[in-house]
Design a binder for this molecule. Structure first.
Ligand code: PPS
Length: 295
């Protein structure tokens, strides 16, 4: 397998860890100074929190359920990542509404967001499942750091950082500034429990009035079982040198509570302790950590 550049901490941004393969100083500057236009929608996620799912929902809500785009264009073209080198090419001449993804922590996001420009959807997922999904993903995504064994990865996630920034910093940074933005907060777990209700919430937030038929089209298409086989979202279009499809799947399980199959009891207790300490005062953030028989 071809050697890829190692992920690198940007020297002047010590708390941001991004793989050089798709990011650069210029691409981060572009994101920070991004001139927001009327109609721009920003989907903000810490990695492994429901990014791809939201990309699919946004594409369909803003096209009134037209499936042609989701069948012909990969998610990273339809709702590109603002911080990546390809963003400018994708976004500059695009008609409104422009759909934009970002994993960036608040400090690196477009400055104009906190002036109330654009709409922001922040999707959060319980961080034990994020850790689990991220660990499996890091084993087959060759452009990320080798996660080592789970204990190493667990410690980085809890006490240090993994690709992008510490999870705690991400959620707190964005939610602390939510009053300055036009923001909708959704969670992965709520979408698992009530996809229909959350698609409606998202549509209402964006100003779309979906009829029953369109709503059903969107909900049926956006289930895990439907999306997992779509090569426009399951990353099988990405060559093996970047994602080793022989060792893992991007669309892995799509469940709530899979962390129980990976964490030891001691790790879970340590996670709870650190979570309680670091999230003290963030009373608005309440996660569902497990759902029996979730689909
Ligand atoms: S990334 O790499 O940051 O863009 O990853 P992201 O898309 O945020 O997260 C990937 C996880 O989301 C799951 N997923 C879904 N779950 C339920 N329903 C739908 N439709 C869906 N689409 C993606 C995906 O399976 C990853 O979670 P895990 O736990 O690894 O299965």
């Amino acid at each position: 397998m071809e050697n890829l550049p190692t992920p690198f901490p940007l020297l002047d941004h010590p708390e941001l860890l991004v793989p050089m393969y798709v990011h650069s100083k210029e691409s981060l500057d572009y994101a920070k100074n991004f001139p927001i236009q009327d109609g721009d929608v920003f989907s903000v996620t810490f990695p492994k929190s429901g990014t791809t799912w939201m990309q699919e929902i946004l594409t369909l809500v803003t096209s009134n359920g037209d499936l042609s785009q989701v069948h012909t264009h990969p998610n990273w073209e339809r709702v590109p990542w603002l911080e990546q080198n390809t963003a400018k090419g994708f976004l500059e001449n695009r008609a409104a509404p422009r759909l934009v993804s970002t994993h960036l922590p608040y400090e690196y996001a477009p400055a104009q967001l906190s002036k109330g420009r654009g709409k922001v959807i922040y999707t959060a997922r319980n961080p034990k499942d994020v850790t689990t999904s991220y660990y499996h993903f890091s084993k087959f995504a060759k452009f990320l750091q080798d996660p080592g064994d789970f204990d190493d990865f667990f410690n980085k996630m809890l006490h240090g950082t993994v690709y992008m920034c510490p999870w705690f910093k991400h959620i707190q940074g964005w939610l602390d500034h939510k009053d300055q933005m036009d923001m909708l907060y959704v969670t992965y777990e709520d979408m698992i429990m009530d996809l229909r209700g959350n698609v409606l919430r998202i549509a209402e937030f964006l100003g779309y009035d979906l009829n029953e038929g369109v709503l059903s089209t969107i909900v049926n298409h956006c289930t895990f079982s439907s999306m997992k086989d779509s090569k426009m979202v399951n990353y099988t279009l990405v060559p093996n040198k970047l994602m080793d499809h022989t060792t893992g799947k991007f669309m892995r399980k799509g469940k709530v509570g899979d962390w129980k199959n990976l964490f030891t009891v001691a790790q879970s207790e340590e996670f709870d302790r650190v979570y309680a300490e670091k999230m003290k005062g963030d009373d608005d953030v309440n996660f569902i950590w497990d759902i029996n028989n979730s689909t």
